[in-house]
Design a protein around this ligand. Structure first.
Ligand code: VAH
Length: 319
């Protein structure tokens, strides 16, 4: 990767990925784009352009202006928002993806977009979900992700675009809070634990979902994009995961640091139904074997780092 363009650069993944890519490849080699512009590190630390991903011509013009050779497409609505606004989700998630793939095709860019464990559905094997298995999701987000996987594979075998993707689990981070996801409880809980020493979970006890700490997700994107193309038997998209836990388990881990932390439950039927349609734990063997995927954080080490980092963030913001 030499010159990289990123859409959705102010989102949960984008805001940290741009910062990491600029450290690795050089600030001027990473063009951040988003539909909004805020006064933040991503906008201040290198090239930034306003971009609505449903505007294919603007996307083409920006990509050409910077002579990008790599296109990382992150702009999308997450599962809970997509379920509330399914037509908007289809138009944005699929319209934006088609525009991005067309730009990658015309300008010969290497291409990355994330899929998700949301690409699986109730008929998928729930434990140790294989890389190649049934994908009949029952959410609009899942339909978008399966369609996106198929479209990215199509652009590879039809037009030779070097498309690659990862089926991300829930991502946990302390820089930019997520918005509109089903797994967001696993991020919110840390903010609430430090602020109120309690959290009311909208996901029920006993509901297992795959999760990953953001540093591992960012490294996985870089490792996949730098992998030798000849070694890839799969492309769109690889199962990757670091851990699988239920709400009571992350609560217990937090209690090791905040002994009087209290966990409560007020289940949101919509997000609970989404969570129950997803796997309990997926198998990442293909990613490990084909390009050396390795997660470095587990529930214990992620919890400690999240609490440490958020504490520093709160102290810093308090001045
Ligand atoms: C969501 N955080 O909750 C995203 C992710 C696996 C979950 O795709 O929609």
């Amino acid at each position: 990767m030499e010159k990289i363009i990123v859409t959705g650069a102010l989102g949960q993944i984008g805001s940290e990925l741009v910062t990491k890519l600029r450290k690795v490849y050089g600030a001027d080699h990473v063009v951040a784009t988003d539909i909004r512009k805020t006064d933040c590190e991503v906008v201040q630390s290198g090239p930034f352009e306003l971009l609505d991903v449903t505007d294919g011509k603007a996307m083409y013009d920006i990509t050409r202006k910077y002579d990008a050779d790599t296109f990382i497409h992150l702009a999308a609505l997450l599962s809970a928002t997509a379920e509330a606004k399914p037509l908007l989700a289809w138009n944005l998630n699929m319209g934006g993806l088609v525009n991005a793939l067309e730009v990658a095709r015309e300008l010969r860019c290497k291409f990355f977009t994330p899929s998700s464990i949301g690409a699986f559905g109730p008929s998928t094997p729930k434990d140790g979900t294989p890389q190649d298995t049934i994908q009949r999701p029952t959410t609009m987000y899942g339909v978008n992700k399966v369609s996106g996987e198929l479209l990215c594979d199509y652009y590879n075998h039809k037009f030779g675009v070097d498309t690659r993707g990862l089926r991300f689990p829930g991502l946990i981070s302390y820089v930019t809070p997520p918005g509109g996801g089903t797994t967001d409880y696993a991020v919110e809980i840390f903010y609430e634990a430090l602020k109120n020493k309690s959290y009311t979970s909208y996901i029920a006890e006993g509901t297992y979902m795959d999760m990953m700490y953001m540093p591992d997700a960012l490294q996985a994107i870089i490792d996949l994009m730098e992998a030798d193309e000849c070694k890839l038997k799969h492309r769109n998209a690889f199962n990757v995961t670091a851990m699988s836990f239920a709400p009571e388990e992350i609560a217990a881990e937090i209690k090791k640091h905040i002994p009087n932390f209290a966990m409560k439950y007020e289940v949101d039927p919509v997000r609970q139904a989404i969570a129950e349609s997803w796997p309990n734990s997926i198998d990442a063997t293909a990613a490990k074997e084909e390009w050396g995927f390795k997660a470095r954080y587990n529930l214990e080490t992620m919890t400690k780092d999240m609490l440490d980092q958020l504490t520093m963030k709160i102290v810093k913001s308090a001045g």
